[in-house]
Structure formats: structure tokens, C-alpha cells
Design a protein around this ligand. Structure first.
Ligand code: ZN
Length: 201
């Protein structure tokens, strides 16, 4: 399965001249929600991710996703693994389980995102799961932005990756982009203007 091709065909991998959330410029941008627009594509990707997790012998009771971005990926992964699906959401700036979602002591939980950048939200969810007595057995995402190390990849962990070092991270592909400080950006130097894709209608 060519994951990059699937993202491109879905319009989820944009090429151009973009301002990333870090403020750096890049010639590529991942609009990761777009790849989940088509439920069949979402289930195809989640099936492949579930296969990697079960092949590694990871036992799972529940998938927990950080809302909003992780909810569809988490739900689809839970369907593929035939386990429960819950999500955590931000209230007054802190992640919490609401809506009657509960976890049992010793419950084995995978934290799933659509994309892991540095893993900040995933780690916030890991913290509340652990406080409630659950065990975080793995992290999962459809895509890895290249800051963290996923299983079966040559891409090494960078200093800004926040995921737990001794907990496996599963993802389908690495999307490492060339990034430039605005003052060093070759596209800016060539006279083009960077756009912020997230702010477009
Ligand atoms: Zn630029």
C-alpha cells in the first residue's frame, strides 16, 4: 500500500509554499483530515495500522483518541481491532474523559491520532489514562511527521518528540518535510508568497 499516494489522491498532501504551525516554511503540507473524508479510505488505512499492531503482539482493550483530530482515526482503528473506542477532549485547556467514558484499572489502551507531530496531545491523553489506572500499551497514528520514531522505520527520534521512549509507536508512513526559516526560504527568495493552508476557507 502506497500511503503517500493515498494522501495525495485524497488532497491531504498539498504541494506549494506553506507556513507551518511552527512558523517555518515548507513546500509540502499535510491536511490530514482530508484523507478521512472517504470512509472507505479511512477503513483501509486503519485496517493496515491494526495489522501492524496485532503482528507486533500488542494486546489492546481500548483505543483512546484526543478530540477532535484523532476521533475518526481512533474509531476506525478500534473497529479494525474489534475493541472499544473512546476519546478525550479539552475542557478549560486540560484533557479529560467526559460523556460517561470510563476505564478500568489495568485496561490496556492504545492512544491514536490521525497524525503525530511531536506527540504533545497524545502524551496529555497518556497522562490522564495512567492517572485513571489504565496502561498505555502503544501510540498509533495514520501518519508520522518525522519527529518521532515509529516501529519498522529508519527515521530516528528527534529531540522535540514528546512520546514515551519505551512505549512502541505505530504509524503507516513518515512524512518528513524540508522546512525553512522564513528568512532562509528558497521559495520566498524566488519571489513567491507563502500561504497558511489551515486558514483558507
Ligand atoms: Zn517561504
Amino acid at each position: 500500500m502506497n500511503v503517500e499516494e493515498i494522501y495525495k489522491n485524497a488532497g491531504a498532501l498539498l504541494e506549494g509554499h506553506f507556513i507551518l504551525s511552527s512558523g517555518n516554511h515548507s513546500n509540502r503540507y499535510l491536511q490530514s483530515a482530508k484523507v478521512l473524508e472517504n470512509p472507505k479510505t479511512a477503513s483501509l488505512l486503519a485496517d493496515a495500522l491494526a495489522k501492524e499492531i496485532t503482528s507486533a503482539g500488542i494486546e489492546v482493550d481500548t483505543v483512546c483518541a484526543p478530540a477532535l483530530g484523532g476521533v475518526i482515526a481512533g474509531y476506525e482503528l478500534a473497529r479494525a481491532l474489534d475493541v472499544r473506542s473512546i476519546f478525550a477532549e479539552r475542557k478549560d485547556n486540560a484533557m479529560s474523559l467526559r460523556r460517561g467514558f470510563e476505564i478500568q484499572k489495568g485496561e490496556k489502551i492504545i492512544i491514536c491520532e490521525d497524525i503525530i507531530t511531536t506527540g504533545g496531545s497524545a502524551m496529555e491523553v497518556a497522562k490522564i489514562i495512567t492517572e485513571l489506572g489504565g496502561i498505555v500499551v502503544a501510540f498509533a497514528a495514520l501518519a508520522n511527521r518525522g519527529f518521532c520514531h515509529r516501529q519498522n522505520s529508519d527515521v530516528l527520534r528527534k529531540d522535540n518528540c514528546k512520546l514515551l521512549k519505551d512505549t512502541p509507536f505505530f504509524a503507516l508512513a513518515d512524512f518528513e518535510f524540508e522546512m525553512y526559516e522564513p528568512s532562509e526560504c528558497p521559495m520566498c527568495k524566488a519571489g513567491s508568497t507563502a500561504i497558511k493552508p489551515g486558514s483558507r476557507a
